[in-house]
Design a protein around this ligand. Structure first.
Ligand SMILES: NC(=O)c1ccc[n+]([C@@H]2O[C@H](COP(=O)([O-])OP(=O)(O)OC[C@H]3O[C@@H](n4cnc5c(N)ncnc54)[C@H](OP(=O)(O)O)[C@@H]3O)[C@@H](O)[C@H]2O)c1
Length: 360
């Protein structure tokens, strides 16, 4: 990693934030959170598709924020803007972040948080197995994987964070507490995502008639988020050959990911082992709740919380963990802001305390 002039250990009262790719769904959620964040002094929204238009013309729900417009500009302009801001969030499509990262890196903002997949997988071979050759591997090792509820204060002072994918967040938050109990076992991760996981640009599979009352598997046995999940599971267990399988499904809701981990064990677990493991893993995490009943998806929607429930069979040979998250918040913008808070040294739930809404 290059040297950095800013003092990364001091904790400023406030920072200025630049959001790149802010016309998309994740960009819109970042703007909503950052404009309301008590320690963000200035928010600048960059967009190619909506340059110079009012933010409220794209994100109509943000109209109460006032007349602020998106800025536009090319790589060089973005680099100049990055110099004027402390934190740069990038909510561009896969492959687009890496196309501008050299210029942003050279601008040396205090912190870059990339929400695309470009810097999530540290091993270029594992990355290539799911995405093809990496377009810009030189900066891969400069990014820290921002699974905020696991890395926690380990993010303090880092310069660049790769925010995890939405499925990958749910999967790894379910896997992490079980790293000892499931060593040597291949868990199945059955997951259903809402249509906003596919972004704002319409696609055949997100068209309302195809999606509204439907449920289907996709990316069967090859979902790209498995690369991150394997990276995490191997690190958690310390086993380079550890495996886990993501079973991805598209569901009829707009927001949310509901994921159930299931595994069969060769040896029985002691009674209460799963419950105890969940509580131990997340004992002091303000944005993870361990529930006594399987969570309902709607209880996680519009929050940056992960709701986790664990159980084991009577004979101790089966493990079941269910997790519910909002894909656009805990699975994207909320976790990115949580990571920023941790990197800067603020309370990690700062600006993320909003309660959910029910029914929704
Ligand atoms: N959706 C999720 O649940 C989720 C969760 C975790 C991570 N992510 C990741 O976050 C990144 C952004 O995802 P997203 O869901 O926000 O994707 P998206 O809504 O499709 O937006 C992606 C980009 O497309 C541009 N855009 C948006 N609407 C447009 C339109 N109508 N016409 C032309 N361009 C438009 C925006 O850039 P400009 O503003 O520059 O035009 C935006 O950055 C992706 O890398 C994704 O993998 C998404």
């Amino acid at each position: 990693m290059n040297s950095h002039p800013a003092d990364q250990t001091s904790s400023p009262d406030s920072v200025r934030a630049l959001v790149i790719g802010s016309a998309g769904y994740v960009g819109g959620e970042l703007l909503r959170l950052l404009f309301a964040h008590p320690r963000i002094a200035r928010v600048t929204a960059h967009s190619r598709s909506a340059a110079h238009k009012p933010i409220a013309s794209v994100h109509r729900h943000l109209a109460p924020l006032g007349p602020q417009t998106f800025i536009g500009g090319d790589r060089e302009e973005l680099a100049r803007r990055a110099q004027e801001h402390d934190v740069v969030f990038i909510a561009l499509d896969h492959g687009e972040s890496s196309a501008i990262m050299d210029a942003l890196w050279a601008a040396q903002p205090r912190l870059i948080v990339d929400l695309s997949a470009d810097y999530r997988v540290a091993d270029p071979e594992l990355y290539a197995a799911y995405y093809g050759p990496h377009p810009s591997p030189a900066l891969l090792s400069s990014f820290v994987y921002g699974l905020a509820d696991v890395v926690g204060t380990g993010l303090r002072g880092v310069r660049a964070i790769a925010a995890p994918g939405c499925f990958a967040t749910a999967a790894q938050l379910a896997l992490y507490p079980l790293r000892t109990l499931l060593a040597g076992v291949t868990p199945s991760l059955f997951a259903v995502t809402g249509s906003s996981g596919a972004g704002a640009k319409p696609r055949d599979t997100t068209h309302h008639p195809a999606r509204a009352h439907n449920l289907f598997a996709y990316s069967v046995l090859k979902h790209r988020h498995e690369a991150e999940i394997l990276q995490g599971w191997r690190a958690f267990t310390g086993r380079p050959d550890a495996h886990a399988r993501l079973l991805a499904h598209s569901g009829p809701m707009v927001r949310g990911i509901y994921l159930t981990l299931h595994a069969c064990l060769p040896q029985p677990l002691p009674a209460g082992a799963v419950h105890a493991a969940l509580h131990a893993a997340y004992a002091d995490r303000p944005l993870v709740q361990i529930t006594d009943e399987p969570p309902e998806l709607t209880h996680a929607i519009l929050t940056s919380q992960a709701l986790l429930f664990g159980a084991q069979s009577r004979d101790g040979r089966e493990v079941h963990v269910t997790i519910a998250i909002d894909n656009l918040l805990k699975g994207a913008a909320g976790q990115a802001v949580q990571s920023m808070n941790l990197a800067i040294g603020w309370p990690e739930a700062c600006g993320l305390a909003a309660l959910g809404a029910y029914p929704c």
